[in-house]
Design a protein around this ligand. Sequence first.
Ligand code: C2R
Length: 182
Amino acid sequence: MAEVRVGILMGSASDRPAMEEAGKALDELGVGWELRVLSAHRTPEAVREYLRGAPGRGIRVLIAGAGMAAHLAGVSAAGTDLPVIGVPMGGPALGGLDALLSTVQMPPGIPVATMGIGGPGARNAGLFAARILALSDKRVARAYRRFAEGQTEKILAADRALQDERGRKKRASAKKNAARKG
Ligand code: C2R
């Protein structure tokens, strides 16, 4: 099993479906991660303890996902020198805009790299964490390159399939029209 390099924190177990997208992205790249439920609001002392211990355990990047008045990413960035990637969670009242603004609008001096809302943002957080690790880890850099090339190839293949399908349809309808006329 890969050594744990990324700590994924979430404010509540209810964030788990979205935040697991970060873990899936890291799995695809062979990067080890751990997932913790820790809340700056509800378990402030446990957050402090986690942040103090993380670098010594080999954690190099933190991902923090939280919804509503999302303070977890900012508090994490204040409590450690590790880079922190914030992921705002969607919510019933404001659709995640509340969490987006609380995560992205950090006061100068406490940087949080903020991703998009929910699962897609969490996936990008995993990929962004891998890009940070890739700066000093050739294995991760190679895995990321392979992933990016595979992603490009998938889109190009989808476009080829679409053009083939439309071409076939056009030819079939031209044949029909010609048969009708003559
Ligand atoms: P519950 O579903 O547990 O009521 O939580 C969580 O991330 C979750 O999205 C509702 C929402 O509250 C968020 N939460 C925070 C923090 N702790 C929990 N924003 C925090 O410390 O920032």
